[in-house]
Write a protein that binds this ligand. Sequence first.
Ligand code: UD1
Length: 416
Amino acid sequence: MEYLEIEGGNPLYGEVRIQGSKNAALPILSAVILHRGTTVLRNCPKIIDVLYMLEILKGFGCRVSWEGEALVIEASDLAACQVAECYGRQMRSSIMLLGSLLGRMKQASVSYPGGCVIGERPIDIHLGALEKLGAVFAEEPSGLKAVCEKPVGLTLRLPFPSVGATENVILLAASAEGTTVLENAAMEPEIGELCRFLNSMGAKIRGMGTDKLVIDGVREFHDTEFTIMPDRIVAGTYMLMTAAVGGDVRLLDVPLEQLGSVRKVLGQMGARQEAGEGMLRIQSKGRPRSISRIITRPYPGFPTDLQSPLLAALSLGEGCSVIEETIFEARFKIVEELRRMGAQIQVEGQKALIQGVEELRGTNLTARELRGGAALVLAAAAARGTSRIYQYHYIARGYENIIRDLQSMGSVVQST
Ligand code: UD1
C-alpha cells in the first residue's frame, strides 16, 4: 500500500471491537519457546510485529500455523538459537528473546538493536539484570552473543522499571534454579499478562500488578491455550480520536481497568464517557478542552505510547496545553507534520507547548514510527479536507486494520 487517504472533518459514529494487545503478544510469543510442546493463542493481533516474531520463531525450528483465529505454535525441537538478522534489526522487541532463548537453549545470538526514531533505547538494564541471573555476554560484529549454562535465582532490583528488562528477567527466571525476587519491576498490564500466560503453562510467578515479582523457577512446562487481552493503546487511540474529531463511538472489548489515566484525560478534554462491561461509549462535540499539564509516566501514569495521539488531539484544544515526555527522549517527531496542518506547537526540551487552533488542514503526511503514525491518522480524521498518509507500514506494526476500524466509525478512508 502506498498511502492511506482520509477525508477529515466528519464526526465519528459507530462501533469498534478492540484487537488483541501487541505489547502482550510479543513477550508471550517469546515465552512460547520455553515449552517443548504446543501452545495455542487466541486473540493474537495480526500485526506486522507479530508476523516478524513468528518468522523469527520459525527460524528457531518452531512450527507455526493459524487454525481459524487460533495461532498454534509447536516448539518441541529447536535447532537454532540465533535471531535472524533481517527481523532482529527491524524489531527492537527481538531483544525480548534473550531471556527465553537462554532459558531453553542456554545460549542466544541477537542483533544489537541500534537507536530508533523515538530515542536511543539502550539495553543496559536488560543485560545487567540477566548477568545477575548468570548470563555472560560477548559483543560480536554481527551482534550480541549470550551464554547461560545454569541460571540461578536471586533478589535483584532494576535501576529503572523498564518494561522489556522486566520481561527478560521473568523469561529467564521462569526456568532458573531457585527463586528470583525482582524489585522495582515495571507494572504495565502487559507484564501481568505475560506472567498469567507463563503460569498457565506451569510457571510459578506471584506479585502481578505490583513492583515486586516473585518467580519460582520450574523445570518443565506444559501445553496451554491462552487468550491475549485487548490492546489498551489501540483503545486509547480511538478514545482520543473521538474526543478530538467529535461524534458518538462505542468501543467493545475495552480493558477499562487499565485505562484510568487515559479516561481521566478524556474527561478533562470534555468528552462524555459511559462504561459498561468491557464497553466504553464516548460522546464529544466541538473542540476539546485544553489540558494545562500532562506528564507521561510508567504505568499507572499516562502512557508514552499515547503521547503522540494526545498531542495531535490537543492541537485542536480550546487554549494552551503542555505535554511533558519523560520516557523516550525523541518522541515529538510528529510536530513538524502537525505544524504543516496548521497546528501551533513549540518544543522545548522534553516539553511540547501547544496553542490550540480552530482547525487543522488536510495535507500529505509521512508516518515515521508506529504511534506517531497513528497520531497523524487522528489529526487527518479531524482536519478539514483530504490527507494522505505515506509509509502506512509503520502503523500496521501495531494496528491490525486501522482502515477497517475508521470505516466502522463512519470515516471516509481508503488505501492506495
Ligand atoms: C515497551 C513497549 C513500548 C512502550 C514502553 C514504555 C513493548 C514491545 N514495547 O518498550 O510500546 O512505549 O515499553 O511503556 O512492550 N531503557 C534504558 N535501558 C534499558 C532499557 C530501557 O535506558 O536497558 C530506557 C529506554 O531507553 C526508555 C525507557 O528506559 O527511555 C523505557 O524503556 P522500556 O520500559 O524498556 O520500554 P520498552 O520495553 O523498550
